[in-house]
Design a protein around this ligand. Structure first.
Ligand SMILES: Cc1ncc(C[n+]2csc(CCOP(=O)(O)OP(=O)(O)O)c2C)c(N)n1
Length: 347
């Protein structure tokens, strides 16, 4: 099965098999509606935040998750917040899903005192109780996830896993291979998820990584199992993560997952994406993850157009309100700049 992915000629992926109607029946209308709402929250947040960046309110880097929403919505939907999570700099969505509010994230993007990291981290460094960070260093989060999985194992906690999202560009990093080796050697309950959007900045994945079907090719080298999901299709991700989560809890063995996706925006806000044609992008956007979930729900009469528009408007308003919150929030006091660099007695 191929996807509409625009990065390069994708191979025929061996997607994890699942029956869509069974997933729909098992989840039911209420849960599906809540997943649709989560995707709408992420989409609206990214859209408003990007506009704020273009108006000069946000500094530093900014990487949009638009186009990839189904992946992390499904992952958190399946596993719940009570695990340990790390991701890349493309971290707004995961922070929202793990409980950070639109207000605190927007304020962080604005560099304000009320921000998620008190205005010191910006777009790439968001945290929640269970999100150990978005990371600006490509691959920097992989050993952190491995360490979290080690802690889970060390404490003999059989109900939790560590989940590590990485980009395809991180697969060539040493940290990836060292982590997978140790996780496999020590039987650590870690789910490594490569979000393969077929581009590392402007470099097509087949010009950077020596193999196609990355997870299938790399996992056997570490005695690990691998799975591949269609990242544009919420149901593929949900079915796949459900299987993988159960397996890792049962076996305490690490797993390598590859999710084939596409980002609808440039690598970061300053990337006009000239390396792909408008036609390629249009082809990818025809498989918008929100529309795929919405049309499944519409077919089953779980939602009508009016309700969808009302939901979209509701989340747009929440994100508009977060802009105002960020705008009106105070700047951090310059005297606090060096606080929390090192652990102190009081924290
Ligand atoms: C160690 C390191 N090298 C290079 C960079 C510069 N850089 C930032 S993002 C990026 C591309 C990463 O692409 P990928 O892992 O596929 O993730 P995506 O942005 O597609 O989600 C690079 C090379 C970096 N941040 N860290």
């Amino acid at each position: 099965m191929t996807t509409g992915n625009s990065g390069c000629s994708p191979p025929d992926y061996n997607f994890f098999p699942f029956e869509k109607s069974k997933v729909i029946d098992a989840l039911g209308p209420e849960k599906l509606m809540s997943y649709l709402e989560q995707m709408l929250l992420i989409r609206n947040f990214e859209t408003r935040a990007e506009a704020a960046y273009q108006q000069g309110h946000v500094g530093g880097f900014f990487h949009s998750y638009i186009g990839q929403e189904a992946i992390q919505v499904a992952a958190v939907g399946v596993m719940g917040r009570e695990n340990w999570w790390v991701t890349t700099y493309r971290c707004h969505a995961l922070a929202l899903l793990l409980g950070a509010t639109p207000n605190e994230i927007m304020a962080e993007l604005y560099g304000k005192k009320t921000g998620n990291a008190m205005g010191r981290g910006g777009s790439m460094h968001l945290y929640t109780e269970r999100l150990l960070g978005g990371f600006g260093i490509v691959g920097g989060q992989i050993p952190i996830a491995t360490g979290a999985a080690f802690t889970i194992k060390y404490n003999d906690n059989k109900n939790e896993v560590a989940v590590c999202f990485i980009g395809d560009g991180a697969v060539a990093q040493g940290a990836f291979h060292e982590s997978l080796n140790l996780a496999a050697l020590w039987n650590l309950p870690c789910i490594y998820v490569i979000e393969n959007n077929l581009w590392g900045m402007g470099t097509a994945v087949n010009r950077a990584i020596s193999v196609n079907k990355i997870a299938e090719a790399k996992a056997p080298g570490y005695g690990m199992k691998s799975y591949t999901f269609d990242g544009m299709d919420f149901f593929s991700c949900y079915a796949g993560f459900s299987h993988v989560f159960k397996e890792v809890l049962e076996t305490s063995r690490p797993v390598l997952v590859e999710v084939i996706a596409d980002r609808f925006k440039g690598h970061s806000i300053s990337d006009p994406g000239l390396y792909r044609t408008k036609e390629q992008l249009k082809q990818s956007m025809a498989r918008d993850p929100i529309h795929i979930l919405l049309s499944a729900m519409t077919e089953r009469k779980m939602i009508d157009e009016e309700t969808y528009k009302a939901k979209d408007k509701e989340y747009r308003q929440i994100c508009m309100d977060s802009l105002q919150y960020a705008e009106e929030s105070p700047w951090p006091d310059i005297s606090s700049l060096e606080e929390d660099v090192f652990k102190s007695e009081k924290n």
